[in-house]
Ligand binder design. Structure first.
Ligand code: KE4
Length: 428
């Protein structure tokens, strides 16, 4: 069944920490060993043992079009004829910046980088430079990449592995990171009172994906915007996951919140390494060489990565793209809930657009504390049974699953049927 993956994993663990290049891929939270993927096409991936899966990870969000979209692959092939990287200005990075600005009017200036981590750490540096303040505020269970200041009560792989916070982060630095529960407006008021006019930036996933999917409660983001406005705190919406995912203009379009800075990633690279941070010109013109805040990158704006991103964003513009994605994702949500009711298993599905999480939890799941009440052992068995049946869900309860434009009605029907069997087995 997975003999070749097993062999490759044995080789890998002798070469890379935990045998992987990113912790959440190691299947530690769900038991068993990771499968090694040989390739993908549309909504499906095939592993080195020839097993095929309907893929709901989509490279953790970038592949909103599915694997090997023909137009994206053609765009890449065209760039390859002219080279891979120049470390110089190219027309394509200007075009991608224009596409981003068109979808995100709050982004007056944008800087392309190579990952979401680079985007968030750079945005924080701009906010600290602009305000002359050191403290930052993040929310428990939110994950913004692995920059030191942000590895405090983080979600995603940190939550998956149950790590308190990462060793190696200087205590003096971690002490500058304040945290509050997501969706708790009272705690928000208290923290801004206690640290009045001292907070450089508040950074938040406007729809959290990294404690599992948790949407904002009505009024929460508005409250955060009002408090940051009143106290001159830079509001950073981390839309690395939600940008072009929950709407073309991200969560800020969906909920009508105008941030000072936005971070992007994943989809804007179309599966290749691209991150971005941007926002008010008054802030972004502090960034070198326009201003004194230093940030740089050998491969930033890389022609290949930018071409995949630009073509992806172009395809998202087509009429009906998001409407179809919404309809098929809603069908998956309804199906999962229906099967859970039939099997008599407590299941909460949180969904915004084509990002969703099935919590083994009676619910509601509205913050990190309630997300952590989920039965992660049962989730591991649920995941394993789905995998055996050819459905590849994120290997952690504290992650979001993603539906792509390549998923068909049949994929959804097959997934719901497999979930029904997996949930029945939990009851057994
Ligand atoms: P990267 O440095 O991994 O490109 O982006 C960091 C990041 C920043 N902000 C948000 C909201 C994110 O979701 C991420 C990365 N997401 C995880 C998945 N939950 C990446 C998967 C992984 O760590 O392997």
């Amino acid at each position: 069944m997975h003999s070749k993956s097993k062999e490759w994993f044995e080789r890998a663990v002798g070469l890379m920490p935990g045998g992987v290049n990113s912790p959440v891929r190691a299947f530690r939270a769900v038991g068993g060993e990771p499968v090694f993927i040989a390739g993908g096409k549309g909504s499906r991936m095939t592993d080195v043992d020839g097993n095929t899966y309907i893929d709901y990870v989509g490279s953790w969000g970038p592949l909103i079009l599915g694997h090997c979209h023909p137009e994206v692959m053609e765009a890449l092939a065209k760039v390859l004829e002219t080279g891979t990287s120049f470390g110089a200005c190219t027309t394509r990075e200007v075009e991608l910046a224009e596409q981003i600005q068109k979808a995100f009017p709050s982004i007056e200036r944008v800087r392309l980088v190579n990952s979401g981590t680079e985007a968030t750490l750079s945005a924080l540096r701009v906010a600290r430079a602009a305000t002359g303040r050191d403290k930052i505020l993040k929310f428990e269970g939110c994950y913004h990449g692995h920059a030191d200041s942000l590895l405090v009560k983080a979600g995603s792989g940190v939550a998956t592995l149950g790590l308190p916070d990462s060793p190696g982060v200087p205590a003096a630095l971690a002490a500058l990171t304040l945290t509050a529960p997501f969706n708790d407006a009272v705690a928000l008021e208290n923290i801004f009172d206690a640290h009045r006019n001292q907070i450089a930036a508040a950074i938040v996933e406007p729809v959290v994906g990294n404690m599992g999917c948790v949407p904002p409660q009505p009024g929460f983001l508005e409250k955060l915007r009002a408090l940051t406005e009143q106290q001159g705190t830079v509001l950073i919406l981390d839309e690395v996951m939600t940008g072009f995912r929950v709407a073309r203009g991200g969560a800020q379009q969906l909920y009508g919140i105008e941030p000072d800075l936005t971070t992007l990633g994943k989809i804007i690279g179309g599966g290749l390494p691209v991150g971005a941070y941007g926002g008010k010109a008054a802030l972004m013109d502090l960034v070198a060489p326009a201003g004194p805040v230093y940030q740089a990158g050998t491969l930033s704006g890389n022609p290949l990565a930018v071409a995949a991103g630009a073509k992806t964003l172009e395809i998202l513009e087509r009429p009906g793209f998001y409407e179809r994605l919404e309809a098929i994702s809603a069908r998956l949500e309804r199906g999962l809930l229906g099967e859970a009711r039939r099997a008599g298993v407590p299941l909460t599905v949180n969904r915004v657009g084509s990002m969703l999480t099935a919590f083994l939890n009676a619910g509601p799941v509205t913050d990190y504390a309630s997300a952590k009440q989920s039965d992660t052992e049962a989730f591991g068995r649920f995941f394993g049974s789905l995998l055996e049946q050819g459905v590849y869900f994120p290997p952690s309860q504290f992650e979001a699953a993603f539906v792509s434009a390549a998923h068909t009605e049949q994929d959804i029907a097959d997934t719901v049927q497999a979930a029904g069997r997996a949930l029945e087995k939990l009851r057994a």
